[in-house]
Design a protein around this ligand. Sequence first.
Ligand SMILES: Nc1nc2c(ncn2[C@@H]2O[C@H](COP(=O)(O)OP(=O)(O)OP(=O)(O)O)[C@@H](O)[C@H]2O)c(=O)[nH]1
Length: 557
Amino acid sequence: MSKPAPSLHDKLNQLRERFIEQLPHRLAQTAVQWQQSRNSEEEQTRLAPELHRFFHSLKGTGRSLGFERLALLADQAETALISCPTRSDIDTYITQLLQQMEREQQHLRSHHGQQQALAAVNSFELTNQAEPLRNKRQRLIYLCDDEPEQVSHLIHHLRCFGHEVVQFIDTGTFFNAVLTRRPDAVIMDVHFPQGQTAGTETLTSLNKLTGEPLPAIVLSAHGDFHSRLSAVRAGCGGYFTKPVKPLDLMLAVDELTAPAADEPLKVLIVDDEPEVAAYHALLLEEASMIVQQVHHPADALNALERFSPDLVLVDVYMPVCSGEELATIIRQQPEHVGLPIIYLSSETDSQKQISAMAAGVEAFLTKPVQPEELVSAVRLRAERLRLLRSLMTRDSMTGLYNHSTTTDLITKTLSQAHREENQHAMAMIDIDHFKQVNDTHGHLAGDQVIITLARLLKSRLRLSDIIGRYGGEEFVVLLKGVSGEQAARLIESLREDFALVDFHAGDVRFRCTFSAGVSSFPEQPSTESLRLSSDQALYRAKELGRNQVSTELADEF
Ligand SMILES: Nc1nc2c(ncn2[C@@H]2O[C@H](COP(=O)(O)OP(=O)(O)OP(=O)(O)O)[C@@H](O)[C@H]2O)c(=O)[nH]1
């Protein structure tokens, strides 16, 4: 039977135990350094920074792990070091503090100390319940600021865009929370009552302790060099001075939490020799690609439909059907015209290779192929296809599907829904008085509004929903598996939140609203009738004064 995974409490306890275990050695080392610094002025100068660093970090980590007495002693030692540059004045004092730390450490290792440490672990609330299921684009953000009223509007905006925001007003609770449930991003103030740079120091301690830098942005009332330096040392990816524009902060969070890589590339291998196919699959999988193998050319079309690869790797010599013939069959299907195909063959005769290429394949690799050659040939061509596909199907400003792709995808979904008797809803969304926004605040500000609404839709709707930019300031979404009524309620909540987003054009702050019309399938059985019905509902919403959601039944939400 496999061992159960350690609980959060166990992990945290292990962390504290490790810290206490390592402490005698570190204290002994520091005591020796302190003695050495007595030998000469050079030694004193050489060791001063190291001694200071030790007390400083012991203060931070001790405090954060709940070892308050230890942190207090370290704080006293640090203050003494800073305020009395002459060593002889504080010699006895520091030696005494080191001895007290030693005793405290022994106490913590004793049974009684362990009990107290455990009580400290249990004193803060652990989120034991299963993590709520979050949208792939939704982030868990920890915001730590001791002046909550100054950041409430930022929290509102972050939540409005679907992020889960947990707020902390002190660094200790924040520290424990990170160890319990690691966030996707942190927004941290620098200055706290505990110290001028206590916020960034907490991040530094956490990064050291976990060995994994937290993606963090600093939000500070001060833009001085010292604060900025502490942020850089804590590995922060951005520094904002208050007051900050919510949308600027949102963009920084987006950038900080953007996935490191896109979806893995998908490759279909068609080869009648299973071992060879498996070997090539292994090489590509090692390079983080997703591979599907087909050993009979006749199965290739089915696999293309289901797997939708970015590239096909075809063996030239196969029984039943040659690679050339298979490539021609694939190319004759309009949806696969641009799909890159690479031949793999033992054929070294260049004349034969040229004739095989006549079927329009992208490359000819000779077996045995070098692993690097295979991976780079596949990656280069598959990524190019991805880029071309994206240029063809997406709107460049918002990254949403363009008009024709949105219509195609909706039509495909409906044809499947007919077979499976599903229900879906369409919403047509149009920004109100958008011409006026452009005329008053300029086109760039108008673009910002469009991009923001696109982001709101992306962050709040499910990945399976179809979201398209239909035209200038008009969007269409297909909400899968929901009734018209449910969809209208959802769009209504988006409408309310969008109306509260602050936009900025220079120093001017302004807000925008949208109107929406909702229709549903199967009541409207085709893409065209859904679109017409949503359009009519949208028209009604505009007529009735805008900033509202209307359904095809003319009920207003
Ligand atoms: N900034 C910007 N403006 C755009 C873009 N696409 C379209 N527009 C503008 O959007 C405006 C749309 O205005 P209208 O369709 O007249 O309607 P409206 O002003 O939004 O008013 P209602 O829909 O009646 O509430 C036009 O002025 C277009 O120039 C774009 O990509 N960026």
